[in-house]
Design a protein around this ligand. Structure first.
Ligand code: NCD
Length: 318
């Protein structure tokens, strides 16, 4: 199958063939990254702009490094010192970059739908758009890098999406405000995993059962026999009322530690997209335990995955 998609905006409508091709291409780029010279000329002469209207460390740096690894010229837009402060609209900002000949825009915004709006506007100019996280809606590249990380943990030589068939994956934390949870839910379910969501009722509404997930308000029952556990950050910046009694209480009831992981399958590994609140979502000891943590691997995979997607969108032949 050839690659058809012009923008990466969300995983809700991703097909099994697309997951397969993305994982396969990411695997190839893992190999490229292991070489001493990991730069390839695919995007040479093309301009990539990071349009981040919301804070980021991992995602922004990872997109920048990935674009540079493909030999693109990369601009990092800073909203605080841009013409937005003079009243320019986001669409006019995007159009300005288009007039400079940009090929790919990477967009993060606190409002859901902004990357889609920009994609609609710039599509006729042949410009490609990535959603790097829009509000509580989706974070497709995180969902895809998590998918690769899980499949790679199951078979490092051939990380195929079908490896997840029947595997139990628990996502614990602030599901309500998490775009990572939504993108992961689409990806994991499409690849045949059983998705269990855990957290306090204020952060994991029952409505998620309609999306095909099993909802738990007690972590210990959720963890029973789990193959993977994904902890999510308490998104304090998006919580405007008292949804949990305190961070200490949250940790007592829903924090991951070594003891709780004993309830899971013996081979269990855990993930966290970062940034992490140490000793809130996961104990410090567990976070730093390489026998269980896939956190560093998620970050490393993020680079290969974004190179793969930039390659596929930039016109490379798989
Ligand atoms: C996530 C995000 O920004 O959505 N982080 C990330 O991209 N690695 C998760 C979060 O902020 O909690």
């Amino acid at each position: 199958m050839g690659w058809q998609r012009r923008h990466i905006l969300g995983l809700r409508d991703f097909t099994p063939e697309e997951y397969e091709l993305v994982l396969k291409t990411t695997h190839t780029f893992q190999g490229v990254l292991a070489r001493q010279n990991w730069k390839v000329p695919t995007l040479s002469g093309k301009i990539v702009v990071n349009l981040f209207f919301e804070s980021s460390t991992r995602t922004r740096s990872s997109f920048e490094l990935a674009a540079k690894g493909l030999s693109a010229d990369v601009l990092n837009f800073d909203p605080g010192t841009s013409s937005l402060t003079k009243g320019e609209t986001i669409l006019d900002t995007a159009r300005t970059y288009c007039a400079m000949g940009v090929a790919i825009l990477i967009v993060r915004h606190r409002e859901p739908g902004v990357p889609h709006l920009i994609a609609q506007d710039v599509d006729r100019r042949g410009v490609r758009v990535f959603n790097a996280g829009d509000g509580q809606h989706e974070h497709p590249t995180q969902g895809l890098l998590d998918l690769y990380t899980l499949c790679h943990a199951l078979n490092p030589d051939a990380p195929h999406p079908s490896l997840l068939e029947g595997k139990k994956v628990v996502i614990v934390g602030d599901i309500l405000h998490s775009r990572v949870a939504r993108s992961n839910l689409w990806a994991l379910q499409r690849c045949g995993a059983q998705v269990h969501l855990a957290g306090p009722a204020t952060l994991v509404p029952k409505g998620f059962t309609e999306l095909g997930a099993t909802v738990h308000h007690r972590l210990d029952t959720a963890l029973s026999g789990a193959h993977f556990v994904m902890a999510l950050r308490i998104q304090q910046e998006r919580i405007d009322q008292q949804l949990i009694p305190s961070l200490r209480e949250y940790h007592r009831l829903f924090g991951l530690n070594h003891e709780r992981l004993r309830l899971c399958a013996p081979s269990v590994k855990f993930l966290h997209p970062g940034p992490t609140n140490r000793d809130v979502e996961v104990t410090s000891e567990l976070m730093d335990d390489p026998d269980f943590s896939l956190i560093d691997r998620q970050v490393t995979t993020g680079l290969a995955l974004r190179m793969a997607l930039l390659y596929l969108l930039g016109g490379g032949k798989p």
